[in-house]
Design a protein around this ligand. Structure first.
Ligand code: ADP
Ligand code: ADP
Length: 225
């Protein structure tokens, strides 16, 4: 089942075509890496899927709905950023619970979902800490957990590992893959790191100058550069 469909998507800033007529389909459960050099339009594409910026043209569907005009909160997506974007004054528990409190879920259900996410991400022992008392890798796991509790149709990740040191980055790569695999999650993942894309993605969307140049498995992308 197609989970995310971009059709002739355009975004221009004056005469800069940040995203130029891009079309691709992400199937349910697929992990797609958006790659390409700095300034090629990766983050803009992700932000368009998220609804964080308005499109100049085209259509974006998530699930069976065209979401062109919808706010991020109505799109059934969750984002994970490189700077984690955690609430500094809330405990880990409350960081994870917050999106569920916004939805006014019953307290018992919130605790159950938070505990399940914490267990999956191995942060159950950190629930009473504040973000500043955590390592970078632990903070990134909390950020993943906060996306996870919302149970979105699509996870959108923008260079989530780029602030981690090399060793932790390698470890978190396999953790995110495990997360993807266990949940059968649909993931669109921006990275400028080719190795990250190759080791993690089912498909690579290779962009250059706002254009989508290739959309294929990592093996085929490297067989036909
Ligand atoms: P990437 O994520 O691949 O590094 P971006 O999507 O951030 O690339 O940017 C694509 C292009 O759009 C770049 O040329 C960038 O300068 C331009 N761009 C991005 N955001 C804006 C903006 N708010 N105003 C003007 N130009 C922008
Ligand atoms: P506030 O002071 O803002 O009212 P509380 O500290 O009382 O917030 O916590 C709010 C809710 O979150 C409480 O009902 C509590 O059950 C739950 N909670 C907080 N931390 C944990 C935790 N580590 N494990 C389980 N539930 C927690």
């Amino acid at each position: 089942m197609a989970e995310v469909v971009l059709k002739d998507v355009m975004k221009n800033y004056g005469n800069v075509y940040a995203v130029n007529n891009v079309s691709f389909t992400v199937e349910h459960g697929e992990f797609v890496a958006l790659v390409g050099p700095s300034g090629c339009g990766k983050t803009t594409t992700l932000n368009l899927i998220a609804g964080l910026i308005p499109m100049s043209g085209g259509d974006i569907s998530i699930g069976d709905r065209i979401v062109n005009e919808l706010d991020p909160k109505d799109r059934d997506i969750a984002m994970v950023f490189q700077n984690y974007a955690l609430y500094p004054n809330k405990t880990v528990f409350k960081n994870l619970a917050f999106p569920l409190q916004m939805r006014k879920l019953p307290k018992a259900e919130i605790e159950q979902k938070v505990n399940a996410a914490a267990k999956l991400l191995d942060i159950s022992h950190l629930l009473d800490r504040k973000p500043r008392e955590l390592s970078g890798g632990q903070q990134q796991r909390v950020a993943l957990g906060r996306a996870l509790v919302r149970d979105p149709a699509v996870f959108l990740m923008d260079e989530p590992l780029s602030n981690l040191d090399a060793k932790l980055r390698v470890q978190m790569r396999s953790e995110i893959k495990r997360f993807h695999h266990n949940l059968n999650a649909t993931v669109v993942y921006v990275t400028h790191d080719q190795l990250e894309a190759v080791t993690m993605a089912d498909k690579m969307a290779v962009m250059n100058g706002g254009l989508l140049q290739q959309y294929d498995s990592p093996a085929n992308v490297f067989a036909n550069p």
